[in-house]
Design a protein around this ligand. Structure first.
Ligand SMILES: Nc1ncnc2c1ncn2[C@@H]1O[C@H](COP(=O)(O)OP(=O)(O)OP(=O)(O)O)[C@@H](O)[C@H]1O
Length: 273
């Protein structure tokens, strides 16, 4: 099996990886004189867990922001489902089926777990504002459907006991789980995770790893995550892109990346702090 070819394949643990879903083509991103990303290309295949790793300042967040539509690349194109993506606002990208979490928790602190996750359904809501405000026919039926979807996610993430709790009162690890739930509520084609394990203790990291794997397995969600802790993603990912100083220095399976001399040098051997 050659995971770098475009043929669908089945992983050792029985998950099916399909064709290319998203492709970054020769992406360059400049902020004035700073080149955050230099001519990087890689793809993400349907059903896979794809990691982007690199030391601090490597350009990972910039790349995630290009993928989520928050930044428009200075050069290059983002392709989604075989077509170049026109310049879009982030909410339009979200409607296309791309959801994300944030490095710093971005939940509504005073709202309950349930209500926070419900906000993840916004891109899937159809009834107009008047109907929603007056709770008329279509809006009521829609609310029931959304509520069922949210309850399923709450069960799946094992957070029934905190469904009514304002998220500001929850420990960090649980807040991150609620944020994952909100992103999942959009039923994304691709889920972008921004350093999902950052700031967590060992137990919280293990939980988050398990949920990421379960999301991918149960819902077949394609996942792309950025992380600077290399160890964390190696057991999780099907393929890994390694960035350093805005350039791509490695791309392949965790084993390939681990044994890539440039990666060992840049990432493991030398501190860039
Ligand atoms: N909005 C911005 N304006 C100017 N320069 C920026 C901006 N965002 C990022 N940069 C610069 O681009 C480079 C890459 O930064 P980026 O945050 O993407 O790296 P990173 O790999 O995510 O780092 P970290 O792991 O520390 O979050 C850095 O030199 C950074 O200072």
């Amino acid at each position: 099996m050659n995971v770098m070819s475009n043929d669908p394949y089945t992983t050792a643990d029985g998950r099916r990886i399909g064709g290319v879903l998203m492709e970054m083509k020769n992406i360059t991103l400049r902020f004035g004189g700073v080149v955050a990303i230099k001519d990087i290309s890689f793809d993400i295949r349907e059903g896979e867990i794809r990691a982007i790793i690199g030391p601090n300042g490597a350009g990972k967040s910039s790349m995630l922001n290009v993928m989520s539509g928050f930044y428009t690349p200075t050069e290059g194109e983002v392709w989604f489902e075989g077509c170049p993506r026109p310049q879009m606002r982030p909410y339009q990208v979200a409607r296309q089926g791309i959801a994300r979490t944030f490095q710093n928790i971005a939940l509504f602190q005073g709202m309950s777990t349930l209500d926070n996750i419900m906000t993840g359904r916004i891109t899937r809501m159809n009834s107009n504002l008047l109907n929603q405000a007056l709770w008329w026919g279509k809006a009521e039926a829609e609310e029931t459907v959304h509520r069922e979807a949210v309850e399923k996610i709450i069960d799946f993430l094992e957070i029934q006991h905190i469904r009514k709790t304002p998220v500001g009162r929850l420990p960090y690890g649980l807040q991150k789980r609620v944020e994952l739930g909100r992103a999942l509520a959009a039923e994304p084609r691709i889920l972008l995770l921004d350093e999902p394990m950052a700031g967590m203790n060992v137990e919280e990291k293990e939980d988050m790893c398990r949920f990421i794997l379960d999301v991918n397995d149960e819902f077949g969600t394609t996942i792309a995550l950025i992380e600077h802790d290399m160890g964390v993603v190696m057991d999780l990912s099907d393929r890994v892109v390694v960035m350093d100083y805005g350039k791509k220095i490695g791309d392949g399976t965790p084993d390939e990346v681990r044994s890539n001399p440039e990666v060992i040098d840049a990432y493991l051997g030398v501190s860039h702090d």
